[in-house]
Design a protein around this ligand. Structure first.
Ligand code: 5GP
Ligand code: ZN
Length: 118
């Protein structure tokens, strides 16, 4: 936990968020500034800055967390099948475009047309 981190504050319930999923590993909530018809953020509960800090010992919880993305996407408005789908993205580090320095995965989806971020 990091005292001033905005996503830690959401995990602790100190800041409101539109939460759609919670389990032992993570919280999933709507992005405050959506860039697609569906724009969710999957945030691990423990404070990890980015994928730059991930190492092989994290494979179990990270794999368990990411394996839930397809169902969460479907349950929240992403369309099924090859003509539907979603984009899963983690900006990592400032040069990777990361603004909130607590690891998170963007889940973008919903019916086209939308191009999403570059
Ligand atoms: P990054 O650029 O770090 O990959 O993305 C950070 C994302 O977090 C942005 O899409 C931004 O809109 C979102 N965000 C920033 N602050 C908050 C907040 O307080 N609540 C929610 N729900 N999303 C936030
Ligand atoms: Zn944090």
């Amino acid at each position: 936990m990091s005292e001033h981190c905005v996503f830690c504050k959401i995990v602790r319930g100190e800041l409101p968020a539109k939460i759609v999923h919670e389990d032992e590993d993570c919280l999933v909530f709507h992005d405050i500034n959506p860039a697609a018809p569906v724009h969710l953020l999957m945030v691990p509960k423990r404070h990890i800055v980015s994928m730059q800090e991930i190492n092989p010992e994290d494979a179990v919880w990270l794999g368990r967390m990411l394996s839930k993305v397809p169902q969460i996407a479907l349950d929240n408005g992403c369309n099924p099948g090859p003509s539907g789908g979603f984009r899963l993205m983690a900006n990592s580090g400032v040069e990777g475009g990361q603004e909130v320095l607590h690891l998170h995965f963007h889940i973008y989806g919903g019916s086209r047309p939308w191009k999403g971020p570059a």
